[in-house]
Design a protein around this ligand. Structure first.
Ligand code: NAD
Length: 476
């Protein structure tokens, strides 16, 4: 078989990574009031990259106060002025995109091909898009003079660190809010680099504050009585806990949680294209994607043909060094996530599903999991019900469109779905029946800042992206 020579991206492009990091509060990099420090590692080597502060309640208090102090002047700026800052941030992100892409790959484990070609272009696009809204809010259909909510507390996960930051910060700032954001504890580095970009853009002090730390910091931030709005992306379990804490308060809440999406392939679908969509749906970003197409529903008559093609395609996936430009599947983000994926995959086998992975050599250090597919899966198996959040696909079959809809909707989640068929009328019929926030047809995992994104049921509530994404940050 054709072999690839290594094509490593330069690690030096990430710039200097400070060995110890504090928070970004009131426009300054400051130390924590506590002594506890956490470490972030390169998941592909387990090498410690940096230490960062475990945010305390006092740190959260300082950050919320800085955001509150900045809110009056920031929200009073004309929209066009706020837009200028957002345009500036977007342009700096583009200018520094190689640096940010390399840093994201090192801290997260995702392939440079994805950070460079997907994450970073989308991050910049989000800032450009919401910069454009800043002076047009009266035309967004939220009344003639929509007002910001106030101080937003934003907590994000580790799977798309900078992109989730952009989804949260860009609309909040465009609408005149100020923010305190907490990145995930395994991926704090690009958020801290973004703080530098805020300074470079001359953003007024306190408009963006970044407090690092684990779930304890997140809990202190989301429960703080001084915040007006909480935006959370992460697990359903933590989302529930936050909803309980905020019940009965005046704090507004939007939740983007987990998923177990169905990717549905009909017998008239072009098989090669569908297989590309299946691979993209579950192996993109190591399957650490809330809207991943983790349940493949194949029409029974083409099951064998699709599986044969899929296995052939999976055998060509290159797993390894995230900084190699040829890599398709990078490292699992953390030891804890790897343990969870292993536990669920083992449960799949124990419950009687058939497990298959292509022959692939995994590096000896770091956190790795080979692309895996389960066939003979029944709807009651854990691999068909629980979110694995890893490169593991479960395959089920169906005979009729009605059965496909019933099986696709047989989940507590409702974030996304995919349909592969040549028939336009069937796509529209299916899309109207599927209980999912996003339905892709003959494609998968397509993102655009102009499209709203969000879930039904246990996948959360509220929408991010597009005009709809403004609503979460407007007092309407
Ligand atoms: P997680 O819920 O454990 O952590 C997410 C964030 O919440 C982290 O920053 C964490 O420090 C913080 N946190 C933890 N406990 C908290 C608490 N009690 N109060 C406040 N904050 C707390 O999830 P994870 O393991 O980091 O991320 C994976 C999950 O996120 C998956 O279930 C995935 O589906 C979901 N996710 C959803 C979306 C979406 O848009 N719907 C996007 C990405 C990830």
């Amino acid at each position: 078989m054709f072999e690839y020579a290594p094509a490593p991206e330069s690690r030096a492009a990430a710039g200097e990574i400070a060995s110890s990091n504090g928070h970004f509060i009131g426009g300054e990099f400051v130390g924590s009031s506590g002594k506890e420090a956490l470490k972030t590692v390169d998941p592909s080597t387990e090498e410690v990259l940096a230490e960062f502060a475990q945010g305390t309640e006092e740190d959260v208090e300082r950050a919320v106060k800085a955001a509150r102090d900045a809110f009056g002047p920031w929200s009073a700026l004309p929209g066009a002025e706020r837009g200028k800052y957002l345009f500036r941030i977007a342009r700096i992100i583009q200018e520094r995109s190689r640096e940010l892409a390399v840093l994201e790959s090192i801290d997260n484990g995702k392939p440079i091909r994805e950070t460079r070609d997907v994450d970073l272009p989308l991050v910049a696009a989000h800032f450009f898009y919401y910069a454009g809204w800043a002076d047009k809010l009266e035309f967004a259909s939220y009344g003639p003079d929509p007002k910001p909510v106030g101080v937003a507390a934003q907590v994000i996960p580790w799977n798309f660190p900078l992109l989730m930051l952009a989804w949260k910060i860009a609309p909040a700032l465009a609408t005149g809010n100020t923010v305190v954001l907490k990145p995930a504890e395994t991926t704090p580095l690009t958020a801290l680099r973004f703080a530098e970009i805020c300074r470079q853009a001359g953003l007024p002090k306190g408009v963006v504050n970044i407090v690092t730390g684990d779930g304890r910091t997140g809990a202190a931030l989301t429960a703080h009585p001084g915040v007006d709005k909480v935006a959370f992306t992460g697990s359903t379990e933590v989302g529930r806990a936050i909803a309980r804490t905020l019940a009965g308060t005046r704090t507004r809440l939007s939740l983007e949680l987990g998923g177990k999406a169905a990717n549905i392939v009909f017998d008239d679908a072009p098989v090669d294209q569908a297989v590309e969509g299946i691979v993209d749906g579950i192996f993109f970003n190591q399957g650490h994607v809330c809207c991943a197409g983790s349940r493949l529903l194949v029409q029974e008559s083409v099951h064998d043909e699709v599986m044969e093609s899929l296995k052939r395609r999976m055998a060509t996936l290159r797993v390894g060094d995230p900084l190699d430009k040829n890599t398709d599947v990078g490292a699992i983000n953390s030891a804890a996530q790897l343990a969870r994926i292993r536990e669920l995959a083992d449960a799949g086998e124990a419950e009687g599903a058939e497990r298959w992975s292509p022959a692939c050599e995994l590096p000896s250090s770091g956190y790795w999991f080979a692309p895996t597919v389960f066939t003979n899966v029944s709807a009651t198996h854990r691999v068909a019900r629980e979110e694995i959040f890893g490169p593991v696909l479960s395959v089920l079959t169906f005979r009729t469109p009605e059965e496909a809809v019933a099986k696709a909707n047989n989940t507590p989640y409702g974030l996304s779905a995919g349909i592969w068929t040549e028939k336009g009328s069937r796509i529209l019929w299916m899309a109207s029946k599927l209980r999912a926030g996003v339905v892709w047809s003959n494609t998968f995992n397509k993102f655009d800042p102009t499209s709203p994104f969000g879930g039904y049921k246990e996948s959360g509530y509220g929408r991010e992206g597009g005009r709809h994404g403004l609503e979460a940050y407007l007092d309407v």
